[in-house]
Design a protein around this ligand. Structure first.
Ligand code: NDP
Length: 326
């Protein structure tokens, strides 16, 4: 496992990290969640991702119990939470990025995760109704209180990230260090184009999500939708309709041919492709089975991709964004 600096910050994240969306407190039992965390940690993963909305807070409760039981050295790992969507309650101030909800969400996450501080705290989406100044100042306040160490954003526009930085700069506050966008072979624009200026200017770090496009970049959907797979879940019908298209399945099949030729599995090829982008600080893995996690972590033992293979991947994807003019 290698460790990358999170943008221009001083903190280092393992290049592969592990998240709990859909799985913890929901799709899988707590015993499997514990085995997954132990495998990840033993293989060098130092960042575990979570959010208030995951299983309506239950994902953080499960992760907190596991952390308590495994009793790892607190200095050896990073834990995150995200604020915006709430924990299922929807009254005014129970969601969003107001000072009230951010502070209450932070306190609730600390309680559920049973930790004294969050290493990373993300604004899970932008909140267009709350003044940016209120959000930036609140995050700065939580840092000064020692309740969070670094704050960041998720799926914000480059303009919104820049606005947060300008406010932070103007008032001597700490700005967002990292962004958590979707990035995979089918979804490239934000990382490869929109944020491209931010890597050198504000030193943005990135913790990217759904590197396997929710499992589409594996062979499991080639013939039929398996009964135990994520995309059979009723609450994810929206995702299934959007992502499980014949075009994408065909592309995945073509990519699988390339993978097999170079002794990779398809998920390993998809993960290596994300890791090869130097603006990616960490690729957050998701897994519902220990065998999946082991296979994904084994990516790091594979030979690097050659230029020829990279070009063949591009010709299958045929979606390389036009690089920005600067
Ligand atoms: P992936 O795209 O990698 O999907 C993970 C899923 O794919 C697994 O749960 C499993 O699903 C399947 N899978 C994984 N490995 C394999 C394998 N080797 N073979 C076959 N199937 C495999 O990542 P996620 O979508 O889970 O995202 C990762 C993390 O990113 C989340 O846990 C969360 O922490 C974060 N995230 C953040 C978001 C944000 O808005 N900030 C949004 C979404 C995620 P199955 O059960 O179907 O087998």
């Amino acid at each position: 496992m290698e460790y990358r600096y999170l943008g221009k910050s001083g903190v280092q994240v393992s290049e592969l990290s592990f998240g709990s969306w859909i799985t913890f407190g929901n799709q899988i039992g707590d015993d499997i969640s514990e085995r997954l965390m132990q495998i990840a940690y033993d293989r060098g993963v130092n960042f575990f991702d979570n959010a208030e909305i995951y299983a309506n807070g239950q994902s953080e409760i499960v992760m907190g119990k596991i952390l308590k039981k495994l009793n790892w050295d607190r200095t050896s790992y990073l834990i995150s939470s995200k604020v915006y969507f709430g924990d299922g309650r929807k009254k005014p101030n129970q969601t969003g990025l107001s000072r009230k909800h951010i502070v209450e969400a932070c306190h609730a996450a600390l309680t559920r995760l049973q930790v004294d501080y969050l290493d990373l705290f993300f604004c899970h989406r932008p909140d267009k109704k709350v003044p940016m100044h209120e959000t930036v100042r609140t995050m700065n306040h939580l840092i000064q209180q020692g309740k969070i160490l670094y704050w960041g954003t998720s799926e914000w526009s480059a303009l919104e990230v820049m606005e947060a930085h300008m406010i932070a700069e103007k008032y001597g506050l700490i700005g967002p260090v990292m962004e958590q966008p979707q990035y995979n072979m089918f979804h490239r624009e934000k990382i490869e184009v929109e944020y491209s200026k931010l890597y050198s200017t504000v030193g943005l770090g990135t913790t990217i999500w759904s590197p396997l496009a929710s499992g589409l970049l594996t062979t499991k959907y080639f013939d039929k939708v398996p009964d135990d797979a994520r995309l059979t879940r009723e609450e994810l019908d929206w995702l299934k309709d959007r992502s499980l298209t014949p075009d994408r399945i065909n592309m995945a099949k073509e990519l699988n041919v390339i993978a097999q030729e170079i002794d990779y599995s398809l998920p390993q090829l998809a993960l290596r492709w994300c890791l090869d982008n130097p603006n990616v600080s960490t690729v957050i893995l998701g897994a519902s089975k220990t065998s999946q996690l082991e296979e994904n972590l084994d990516t790091l033992d594979k030979e690097p991709l050659t230029q020829d293979v990279i070009e063949r991947i591009e010709s299958v994807l045929n979606n390389k964004p036009i690089p920005p003019a600067w």
